[in-house]
Ligand binder design. Structure first.
Ligand code: ASP
Length: 440
């Protein structure tokens, strides 16, 4: 019997998870049952993915760089990647701003809804924590983010998934130095990382065997933790604008893939769909990274020299979905609470700060909302209204986070294809299964 494709298995898991979540919400004690007995399955899966992120980045980046014949190629790739990342992000923010200004979702919100949301969420621990975290980020100087990229302890950097850029910095140094020493002496270390890279990619295959069950657990948990549908409905217009913008980004990526890369967009989406479905289920580009790397390398045929740099850097700094959401959310909050602030110069400030904020957002659930505080702050939004502003969008933040994370990783995959194509590093896909060597 032909095995069902992985993306179908995951999709079935997701649908069953949603149905199960809905049923459990209507049963007394159901939500607690899901939190106690089902949620751990999803948490274990996310932990396993995060577990292999650092070894995968280190092994594949060392291998990628040390396979280069000369270092200038790397510099070339680095500059291209960053420039394309910035351009796609600015494009995303512009789409977001255009839509939110034309569709004016803030006008659909009544005073009664504002009061209800304010009462329910403005003292919410999570909202307050986000404001406090943003406060900490604001206190740092303008060059601090560059200082933060340089680790003072390699082992410490590798022990913390939030320090991905530090790990990348150290690994680039290692890879370049490996290129600069005698070939004979470089060989053992190169072979070691080469082998480690193969092993870690195999671990990704093994973890993915459990993905359909894990997404069942993740989605059932999202459903039982969701807010009252009446509140979600009141924010439907705002959420609709974000989702429409995100859908337009998918169209934009498809155009790039078909015109520049010369590949079928449907084929592209199908090959990366397991990574997209996981991004949706976990709301974390960092947790999805190992799968994104495996899909782009083995299923889209992008050379390791490109994926090993472009994807980990992209997971941390390229967040088209997040930046689009930040632009829409900032203007929506201003439309409801501070319409006098909606002047042209502030919209320009939003473009710049949402770009910086999406670069600074961590690739974990809910990070985009923390940086939204910084965007609002930059346009001079009254600080006393901040908790109310966040309260306005809080109820729909998780579902929107799920959607924007899909766009974040799709953007990374698209840019990998573009960079690979421009450098002649786009080859044929070579998909591997977990048991390719098992019988031997
Ligand atoms: N969850 C997003 C990501 O991991 C970041 C965000 O927008 O909150 O890509």
């Amino acid at each position: 019997m032909r095995k069902l494709a992985l993306h179908w298995q995951i999709m079935i898991g997701m649908v069953l998870g949603i149905i199960f979540g809905v049923i459990m919400t209507s049963i007394s004690g159901g939500a607690d049952f899901v939190k106690n007995w089902i949620q751990p399955v999803g948490s274990i899966f996310v932990r396993m993915l995060k577990l292999i992120a650092v070894p995968l980045i280190v092994a594949s980046l060392v291998k990628g760089i040390s396979d280069l014949k000369d270092i200038s190629k790397f510099q070339n790739m680095g500059i291209r990647t960053i420039v394309i990342y910035v351009v796609t992000t600015i494009f995303a923010i512009t789409i977001g701003l255009g839509l939110v200004n034309v569709m004016q979702p803030g006008n659909g919100i009544t005073q009664e809804t504002v009061t209800k949301l304010k009462e329910k969420y403005s003292d919410n621990k999570s909202v307050q924590a986000k404001i406090a975290e943003a406060g900490k980020q604001k206190e740092t100087g303008p060059l601090q983010f560059i200082v933060d990229m340089v680790p003072d302890n390699a082992i410490k950097a590798m022990s913390n998934n939030k320090m991905m850029l530090q790990v990348i910095f150290f690994t680039i140094l290692l890879g370049i130095s490996l290129l600069l020493i005698e070939e004979k002496k470089a060989k053992p270390l190169k072979d070691f990382f080469d082998s480690l890279n193969e092993v870690v990619l195999k671990i990704v295959d093994l973890i993915m065997l459990t993905a359909p069950f894990a997404v069942f657990a993740l989605l059932a948990t999202v459903i039982v933790s969701a807010d009252d549908p009446a509140i979600l409905l009141a924010l439907l217009r705002y959420a609709g604008v974000v989702v429409l913008g995100l859908a337009m980004m998918v169209g934009f990526y498809c155009v790039l893939v078909s015109t520049y890369v010369g590949k079928s967009p449907l084929w592209f989406l199908k090959q990366i769909s397991p990574a997209q479905l996981l991004a949706f289920s976990t709301s974390s580009s960092a947790a999805t990274l190992p799968v994104t790397m495996e899909r782009v390398e083995e299923h889209l045929g992008v050379d390791k020299e490109v994926t090993s740099f472009v994807l980990p850097v992209g997971a941390t700094i390229n967040m088209d979905g997040t930046s689009l959401y930040q632009a829409v959310a900032a203007v929506f909050i201003m439309q409801v609470l501070w319409p006098e602030g909606l002047v042209f110069s502030n919209q320009m400030t939003i473009i710049l700060t949402a770009l910086m904020a999406s670069i600074g957002s961590a690739a974990v659930p809910g990070a985009g909302m923390v940086m939204l505080v910084i965007v609002l702050d930059a346009v001079g939004f009254p600080p006393e209204l901040l908790p109310i502003g966040l309260a306005l969008i809080f109820a729909v933040d998780r579902p929107l986070d799920m959607c924007r994370t899909v766009i974040n990783i799709t953007g990374d995959a698209t840019v990998s294809m573009i960079v690979a194509k421009s450098l002649g590093k786009l080859g044929e896909p070579n998909a591997k299964n977990w048991d390719d060597h098992y019988n031997k």
